[in-house]
Write a protein that binds this ligand. Sequence first.
Ligand code: ADP
Length: 492
Amino acid sequence: MYWMGIDVGTGGTRALLVDAHGRVRHTAMHAHQDMRMEKPLWAEQDPGDWWAAAQSAVRAVLKKAHATGDDIRGIGLSGQMHGLTLLDEANRVIRPALIWCDQRSQAQVDGINAIVGVSGMLEATANPVLTGFTLPKLLWVRDNEPANSARVRHVLLPKDYVRFGLTGEYASDVSDASGTALFNVVNRQWALDLATKLGVDSAILPRVYESDQVTGYVTKQAAESTGLKPGTPVVAGAGDQAASAIGNGIVTPGVVSCTLGTSGVVFSYLREPNYDERGRVHTFCHAVQDAWHVMGVTHGAGLSLQWFRKELSPGVEYDALMDEAAQSEPNAKGLFWLPYLMGERTPHLDSTIRGGWIGLTASHKRADLIRALIEGVCYSQKDCLDLVEMLGGRVESVRVSGGGARSEFWRRVLASVLNREVVRLETEEGSAYGAALLALAGCERGGDVRGVCEEAVNERDIVPPDTQWRDVYLVGHKTYQSLYPAVKGALA
Ligand code: ADP
């Protein structure tokens, strides 16, 4: 018996099977076509490609497991957030989807803020509206493609288009809906007054469920194309960040996750829907009923090291760079790295700030450059953690994942900067895993997401802070924080 998670990522769609204890048993992936970037700021994908990839990935994972549809007891979905899929009255896709990283809608964001006000948006949705979110994309289509706009009968998020393929239902979940800028995160329902104010017909919005609730059942037609059994339940699932947090067991206060991927994300559980009045972190509904989550983002986390390797150390492996950095000393002889290679999200919300090393002398070695770079990324993550703690309360330990977490040295610097134990998990399967756990919870365990996580998610590799490094970093973090306004002033 298995429970299946299907994650609609950007690069591809993954299907993953867990057993009754939530252990990963099989996975399969089918790549998507490259996203199209026809004009600056545009990013589009074809929803039909997501559905085709999902069907292939499901067939492939069943084959790997030597399983049939009879062996699958439930399905959970997760996916890239914020995307805009538009269907007409015959359920045809009207135009390619505008995906999460599409930034064309600044005029619509300005228009929304002019009508509703920045504080009005915070009150209605608990977050500022950003160009990446779904609502301004919908308004862009209305403003620029009136013929397409007139045909719109349904708006769906990426994973929910795959759900439509599987079950024929128009549905979403509270965590993914939180990233649309049309969702009342505090009350966990569509912000209907906001929709009315902006002239959005609420009849086009899907029905929203809690993440572990069943939204529909696999149809006969979908069963034929996937190998699943007709009638298999499909739970609401979650946006990729919330799903990944379920996979990391972030289902109680006090434990946060920190993902050191290309960007760095600090993610925390919230008992109450607290949000930052300045919008420096996102507060969204969590995939656990009656809970929320808050998220801070360092844009240039792994990206900093990736850039260094590509431009300044071509051909050198990441492990070798980490060994080299370990030969330097904490605070790299007075050197600081500002990781603003793509501006900064948290805590500055500043897309124009620029990065660099500050404090270079002729005695610095390459080892110092790398060490300062890792430390700078960790300082930015510390800024995220501080804001997250302000909203969610004391954090005891940090579960780290992503490419940077492969390095023991990086984990030790992170533990010392954050002054918290940093641990890795036995399973690092990301959002598809969280989606499968939601299916297990919703279809087998009466919605007990926490219980499922407690059984399935296990820690390993605990790295405590190094007390000497920690003391150096306590002072270093203050200097790091003082550099942003200085650079901002100098380059403005
Ligand atoms: P993505 O966010 O694109 O999914 P990953 O989670 O795989 O990416 O993270 C990639 C980043 O992780 C790289 O850019 C690099 O900075 C870092 N990384 C990868 N391998 C290592 C390693 N062995 N040691 C330190 N950092 C690493």
